[in-house]
Design a protein around this ligand. Sequence first.
Ligand code: ZN
Length: 224
Amino acid sequence: MIDDKALVVFSGGQDSTTCLFWAKREFREVYALSYRYGQKHQNEVDLARKIAEKADVPFEVMDIPLIGHLGRNSLTDTSIVMDQEVPERGLPNTFVPGRNMFFMSIAAVYARERGIRHLVTGVSQTDYSGYPDCRDAFVKSLNVTLNLAMDYQFVLHTPLMWIDKAQTWELADQLGVLDLVRNETLTCYNGIQGDGCGHCPSCKLRNDGLHKYLALKATREKLA
Ligand code: ZN
């Protein structure tokens, strides 16, 4: 146990749900914070709430619709068709500019009010989809900035930073929540819970990782 309290930036997706249970293993008290930022799939927040209840973790939602209004992207603007591949130049239109910076900054203020130093986020640069605010350098830089901004010693934790999707499934399995993560989280860009639509970029990444992990697990069991 590293310390006693942690706040998880929680969307109810595969990554942040795995982080929620990771945090429950590492900290005595865990809190979850979700955001309503104008995302097309508002049921994301309801699913997040249900998962937090199952995990017995206090849950709160912040409304920050300005993020959707500030920049154009296909996660909040229904008139934009979602990029199915990472484009050769620039960022996919699923990128919400500033999202993680806002999420983490708001989470830091929220945490400081409650005497929490540890912040947990499910970002990863291994299965890098081109999002600059998922990179390790960004998170480390923001950690320094937040500490300076509020004269407080935050510690930002990124348990998934250097592992791929298959290893994220493995971590969920080790934490005893593989089925929960598989059935109850929402990662799909088309808003379908669990295994999802199967063809959006997010589903492809998630399902490829799952099949890779399950195949590896079956091989290990055969050899054991
Ligand atoms: Zn999908």
